[in-house]
Design a protein around this ligand. Structure first.
Ligand SMILES: [Ca+2]
Ligand SMILES: [Ca+2]
Length: 266
């Protein structure tokens, strides 16, 4: 082998390795910082009563009653509307006026005050209930804090899948500061404003149970996550279009990818 052909071989080898790394890197690319994820469930286990948290916090969920069926991405949980629930054991949510975002997919079993994601006791400004607002035969995405509420206008109880996001922007202090998204579309705001001081000590996060008021969730529930930041519209759409797994750069074993593979797009 001549010196020249040897160096050419090395060059070709390096090119092949570089492309290989790009392919691997792309497969783990993410639009979200995993450190901003408080808890996230894909519900792809397919069986059992433990919802595996794919965040770095290990907040596995305790499922009671809800069964696995086909979801938007992989499988999801099917809630019977009577007593099915999921408790995020030992985790009482985000407090005060700290920024936060809650996202999930839902397909209604009927029109009712579905209890999607709830924490905090039933006290003015301290409660944090993401649930359905009844509007005749339709229902809307609603956040309420006791003494105040903020709800959108798009019907999410039409037995079709809908992606929902509830964003409390940084620097906000009242319930109507929330931005609500249904299928990536920013909702109009209705309701009475109320200053917030969310209690993050006294009530674990529940997904399904009505707790103090309203009704159990009835329908299909997939890809839920709570973030400790206010996600942008583009980030919410990335989660909706690509799924939490891709948006977070989670590998096929369900673990968050190492930071070298992250490509932050914000
Ligand atoms: Ca799923
Ligand atoms: Ca049940």
């Amino acid at each position: 082998m001549s010196v020249r052909s040897w160096s050419e071989s090395v060059l070709i080898g390096l090119i092949v390795i570089t492309f290989g790394l790009l392919v691997v890197s792309n497969s783990y690319s993410a639009v979200l910082d995993p450190k901003t994820v408080e808890v996230a469930y894909l519900f792809d286990e397919g069986k059992g009563t433990v919802a595996k948290d794919i965040s770095e916090n290990g907040r596995d969920g305790d499922i009671s009653g809800a069964k696995y069926v086909e979801g938007v991405f992989g499988t999801c949980l099917d809630y019977d509307g009577n007593d099915d629930n999921l408790v995020v054991t030992g985790y009482a949510g985000i407090g005060g006026t700290d920024p936060r975002t809650t996202v999930f997919w839902f397909k209604a079993g009927d029109t009712r005050e579905h209890s999607w994601v709830k924490w905090g006791p039933n006290l003015t400004g301290e409660k944090y209930y993401v649930r359905a607002h009844l509007r005749g035969a339709e229902c809307n995405l609603r956040i309420e804090v006791a003494g105040g509420q903020n709800f959108g206008a798009d019907n999410v109880c039409d037995e079709e899948w809908h992606h929902m996001a509830v964003v409390f922007p940084k620097g906000s202090d009242a319930v109507k500061d929330h931005d609500l998204y249904v299928d990536g579309e920013l909702q109009s705001k209705e309701g009475n404003d109320q200053a917030m001081d969310t209690n993050a000590k006294d009530q674990e996060v529940n997904m399904g149970d009505f707790l103090a008021h309203h009704q159990f969730m009835f329908g299909l529930f997939d890809e839920v996550a709570i973030f400790n930041v206010d996600l942008s519209e583009d980030q919410i759409k990335a989660i909706m279009d690509n799924g939490l797994q891709a948006a977070l750069g989670v590998d096929p074993q369900g673990k968050l990818a190492t930071s070298w593979g992250m490509i932050k797009k914000y």
